[in-house]
Ligand binder design. Sequence first.
Ligand SMILES: C[S@@+](CC[C@H](N)C(=O)[O-])C[C@H]1O[C@@H](n2cnc3c(N)ncnc32)[C@H](O)[C@@H]1O
Ligand SMILES: [Zn+2]
Length: 296
Amino acid sequence: MTNQEKSAEIVRKNIHVFRCPLCHSPMKVNALKSIICLNNHTFDFAKWGYINMMIRHSNGHYEKKLFEARQKIITGGELYPLLHHKISGIIKMHSDVSNNQPVMLDLGCGEGSHLQKILDKCNDAITGIGLDISKEGIILAAKKYKNSIWIVGDLVNTPFADQSGHIILNILSPANYMEFKRILAPAGIVVKVVPNANYLKELQDVLFMNNNKKNYDNDDTVSLFKQHFELVEYSKLSYSKELNQTELLNLVQMSPLAWNASKEKIDTFMNQSSSNITVDIDILVGVNRHPKGGLK
Ligand SMILES: C[S@@+](CC[C@H](N)C(=O)[O-])C[C@H]1O[C@@H](n2cnc3c(N)ncnc32)[C@H](O)[C@@H]1O
Ligand SMILES: [Zn+2]
C-alpha cells in the first residue's frame, strides 16, 4: 500500500469528521486518491499521505529548518516528556474516550510530535488528526507518523464537521474559539497550552538582555479562553532540564524568539557547553458551557 492509500484508508474510516472547507457539505474518499464533497470540491492525498485543504493563500513564515529542530527537541530530548505526561493525564481525567471512535484534533500541530507523543501515552484507540497552516510542518509530520491524519489547513476555517472533535489540542499556537466551539463534541474538551513569563527564559535572557525584554503575562489569553469555555482545570507547569550544546542549537533553531536576535547574541548562547532550560507554561482545559451530553 502506498502512503496515499494508507492515509486514505484511515480517512475513510473517519470520514464523518470531515466537511468541505469551501461549501461545508459532507465528504467521501474517492478511489483512495482524494477526498471529495457533494459539490465535487476535490482535495488530493499528497505523496506523503497528507491532504492540503487550504482554500486561501498563506505565507506562513515557519521554515522547514525550524520544524526539523522542533522535531528533534520534542522527540529526542528531556524537555517535553513532562508536558506530554501531564496532558495525557488531563485527557484521561476529563474526557470520555470510551465512545466508539474518539478523535483528537491538534490545531496548529506544527511537525506533529506533540500530538503523536500524547497519543502514544493515552493507550486508547484515539484517532489523531493534526492540522497546520504550514505545509513544511505537515510534510515532516506525515513522513514520520503514519497512523495519524495530517492536514494542511487553517484553524480559522477547518475542514472538520460540527461537534466532530472529542479532544482539541492547541499547543503554543494561535486559536479561533468560534471555530473550536463549532467542532467540539458535546462532551469534548479543549486543552490549550500557553507560555508563561519564564518559558525558555535562559534563551530570552541572552537574546533580549534587558533591552527589549517584554514583561510578558498571559492574562488576556486566559480571560479570552474563559469567555468561550467553562474552565475545568488550570494547571501551571514549570521545570528546568539541562540541555547539551547540540540541543541548545536545536532550541535556537526551533524558536521564533531568535528571529530578530543578532548573530553575536545567538553565538553567546550557543557557546555554552550546556545550560539549564526552563519550561514554564499554563495548561487551560475547557468544556462547552452547555454540553448536551454532559461530562463523564
Ligand atoms: C509556535 S508553533 C507551535 C507548533 C506546535 N504546536 C509545537 O508546539 O511544536 C505555532 C504553529 O501555529 C501554526 N499556525 C499559525 N496560524 C495558523 C492557522 N491560521 N491555522 C493553522 N495553523 C496555524 C504555525 O504554522 C505553527 O506551526
Ligand atoms: Zn465543497
